[in-house]
Write a protein that binds this ligand. Structure first.
Ligand SMILES: Nc1ncnc2c1ncn2[C@@H]1O[C@H](COP(=O)(O)OP(=O)(O)OP(=O)(O)O)[C@@H](O)[C@H]1O
Ligand SMILES: [Mg+2]
Length: 307
């Protein structure tokens, strides 16, 4: 079962003779409890996609279903959805956190009493109870971000859209938001997360979708994507310099196999090649053999810069 199903989304902005194809081809699906990291360079079309999913702008092409309901036709779909957009514009700055929670809870279909109860619970869970009666504009940036997330959750949505939820937060607030995102997913909510902090995406997401110039160019389980890029390469380190340890004949054979040599290290692609190289190196003393582990940042840069 999928909570979000977006298919063939496309959106072109036309403004004063200028045409921008912001989103060309985007398919996304998220299951309950799953965190999908939606990554891409500036201007790739992430926010535009999120706004189409949230029912805020109408797609030119494609369909969105949230728990099988269309947010552009059926207002009930919006009750299944919570969103924190860029720059947390979803708050009233002069109202207190609790007033915001009540207001938005009622707007999304809760009774006043339900909205207040849910609001108080969230303030407690987000450790904001002591700021319940302060105006949002007087809270720190991290607290405002927590309130914004609480407001998005007040009506217990099945899908949460988070557009750069840790932007501008300090290390501690970032950790807090990360923890909250994990907790929210663990409670069964599906989460679509955009961020430029790839370490956060790697730590939080089950799957990654990478968008470039309006189109999704890769979509895979996070660990698989990282493994796929890191699995193929090994580093062999010898106890001493290659020039001294290896005969010229061996070195030229390694070179002809495309092995990169540097000081006391050799760089080998693929496990088959590794065994062959180790055989050639015998009996030179080996200090260590290690697999070059990639992280999401490397994978991302590679995919986004290719072609
Ligand atoms: N309201 C608008 N009118 C015209 N063009 C727009 C509008 N909103 C976005 N664009 C353009 O659409 C493209 C995609 O923008 P979008 O904000 O979706 O990117 P993004 O992936 O969220 O980028 P970032 O990582 O910088 O937030 C960009 O070229 C942007 O300039
Ligand atoms: Mg954006």
């Amino acid at each position: 079962m999928k909570i979000l199903q977006a298919q063939g989304l496309g959106k072109t902005y036309r403004r004063g003779g200028q045409v921008v194809e912001a989103v060309r081809q985007v398919d996304l699906a998220i299951a309950p409890g799953e965190i999908l990291a939606f990554l891409g360079p500036n201007g790739a079309g992430k926010t535009t996609t999120i706004k189409m999913i949230a029912g805020l702008i109408r797609p030119d092409r494609g369909t969105v279903a949230i728990a099988d309901q269309n947010p552009h036709r059926d207002p009930h779909a919006l009750r299944q959805l919570g969103a924190v957009l860029e720059g947390n514009r979803n708050l009233y700055w002069r109202l207190t956190p609790l007033e915001n929670l009540e207001y938005f809870g009622v707007l999304r279909g809760l009774s006043r009493t339900e909205a207040r109860r849910s609001g108080r619970e969230l303030l407690e869970r987000f450790e904001l109870s002591h700021k319940r009666d302060a105006a949002v504009q007087n809270l720190s940036r991290g607290m405002q971000q927590k309130v914004a997330i609480a407001v998005a959750l007040v009506h217990h949505p099945k899908l949460l859209l988070l557009d750069e939820p840790t932007l501008g937060l300090d290390v501690e607030a970032t950790q807090t938001v990360k923890g909250l995102v994990q907790e929210i997913a663990a409670s069964g909510c599906a989460i679509l997360l955009t961020t430029h902090q790839l370490d956060i995406a790697e730590a939080l997401s089950d799957r990654v979708a990478i968008i470039r110039a309006g189109a999704v160019i890769a979509e895979q389980p996070t660990q698989e994507l990282v493994r796929q890029f890191s699995g193929a390469s090994y580093q062999i380190e010898l106890e001493g310099n290659l020039e001294e340890l290896l005969e010229a004949g061996v070195r030229s054979r390694l070179e002809s196999q495309g092995i990169v040599m540097q000081g006391n290290r050799l760089f080998v692609r693929g496990a088959e090649a590794l065994y062959e190289v180790l055989e050639l190196l015998r009996p030179a003393p080996i200090f260590q053999v290690k697999k070059d582990a990639a992280d999401l940042t490397e994978v991302f840069l590679k995919l986004v810069q290719e072609s």
